[in-house]
Design a binder for this molecule. Structure first.
Ligand code: SAM
Length: 415
């Protein structure tokens, strides 16, 4: 039952408040000609499959308790608040994890996700030799305004859109600036794009704006009802740990205060979803400074619980600085019409909902935007934007200094 749901939609309900998701299947809703390659998405956490140890949540939790007990006296005031927060959410996380461990058929599917849906030869490894473009370097040079991206539309995109049949295939090219420019694929098919001899796959009906944070004002809609109903934000928070590997530049918290979230909102309001780390200092900043400055009213918290391919948590639940979960804070931002009776009635957002998945690359979040649509104000289809995005989704605008990062053709296989 659960595995059928997973196969079809990429989402499987474990209990009323917990879901297992396969990001690859969810992302594939955005593509018609290409597919996300599971073996390049799941580049980590598939190494312990042969481990003889079976997934035992309770054992993990017992070990964790011992560690926590040992440490608790030495926690400072802030850490104690963080620990209280953790203790509050822990029962929801454990219940979700236990439901996963009981779903034996789903666990079988989980073990195979990496080799899923690809035939021999398609399951590629990420080549160490073929380098990725550094968009941050390219966007920072004086020639950046001259860099152009070539969008290759297949002629049959147009004939099919007009209800016709594909004729002999020919390519129609559109050349447009790659940086500080809204680049859109308005067609109903994914297309291939070229930038500096690298190929990128652009989902159907999607667009990106590749720029530094200073340029974000360009996204503010000119028309009064062209704002966004769903705003997902995954900021490059500074990490306290000097040992943390740096994969992208981070910004001090105060920079995010100037994000024009209110101006990006649709007149009928927006659901704002903000990824945060488990550091208490950051949670305090978001609650007391950031959300009030953005005009966002807190509504609920969702959690992403990370498991390995064998169903075990990626780390001990109680380990203080390396929790195997992350939090998505949800809140509402009023639009101009929110109080004038024009806003549609919303489903209440459930608190402490848990999404379980096997993580992809470093800091890559699971694509749960689609699963938030039930709680988004305004009429459908919702207008959705992701800020600090590294990938694109059909129907969304992706903004950041590297929104094409995971669109590199090396992460895809053709259908
Ligand atoms: N949500 C993304 C994902 O799932 O892959 C991860 C986003 S990561 C936490 C933050 C992103 O913000 C990185 O791509 C980083 O390069 C980008 N970033 C850092 N400084 C920036 C700036 N000044 N302007 C725009 N983007 C920036």
């Amino acid at each position: 039952m659960e595995e059928n749901q997973l196969m079809e939609s990429g989402v499987s309900e474990l209990n009323s408040n917990a879901f297992f998701i396969d990001p690859v299947r969810i992302l594939n809703h955005s593509y018609t000609r290409f597919r996300v390659s599971p073996s390049t998405y799941y580049s980590r956490f598939f190494d312990s499959l042969n481990s003889a140890q079976s997934p035992k949540a309770s054992e993990d939790s017992r070990k964790g308790k011992r560690k926590r007990k040992k440490k608790i006296q030495s926690l400072n005031e802030r850490e104690q608040i963080a620990d209280r927060r953790h203790q509050e959410v822990k029962p929801f996380l454990l219940k979700a994890h236990e439901a996963l461990l009981e779903a034996t058929d789903l666990l079988k599917v989980l073990r195979n996700l990496r080799n899923d849906v690809c035939s021999v030869g398609e399951c590629k490894e990420l080549s160490q030799e073929s380098s990725e473009l550094s968009f941050m370097e390219l966007g920072g040079v004086w020639q950046a305004p001259l860099c152009e991206i070539v969008l290759n539309y297949q002629q049959d995109d147009k004939t099919l859109q007009n209800g016709g049949f594909p004729l002999a295939q020919s390519i129609e090219q559109k050349v447009t600036p790659a940086f500080n420019n809204l680049v859109a694929n308005e067609g109903s098919y994914d297309i291939e794009a070229e930038l500096f001899n690298h190929k990128y796959i652009i989902p159907k009906r999607s667009c990106f704006y590749m720029s530094d944070m200073q340029q974000i004002d360009s996204l503010i809609p000119a028309g009064s009802d062209c704002g966004f109903n769903l705003i997902v934000i995954d900021p490059p928070w500074e990490n306290g740990s000097a040992r943390q590997k740096v994969r992208y530049p981070t910004l001090p918290n105060r920079y995010f205060l100037s994000l024009p979230v209110k101006q990006l909102c649709h007149t009928s309001g927006a659901l704002v979803a903000l990824w945060v780390t488990n550091r208490e200092k950051l949670r305090d900043f978001v609650e007391n400074d950031l959300f009030p400055k953005w005009g966002v009213t807190y509504a609920a918290s969702f959690y992403w619980l990370k498991v390995k391919a064998n169903g075990m948590l990626t780390g001990e639940l109680d380990l203080f600085h390396h929790r195997p979960y992350e939090c998505l804070l949800l809140g509402y931002c009023d639009g101009k019409d929110t109080h004038s009776g024009n806003s549609t009635r919303l489903n209440p957002i459930p608190d402490n909902r848990v999404f379980i998945s096997v993580p992809g690359d470093y800091s890559r979040k699971p694509p749960i935007g689609e699963l938030l649509l039930d709680y988004v104000p305004g009429s459908m289809p919702a207008r959705c934007v992701e800020l600090f995005a590294r990938e694109m989704i059909a129907g969304w605008t992706s903004w950041g200094n590297e929104p094409l990062h995971f669109q590199d053709s090396r992460y895809f296989v053709s259908k």
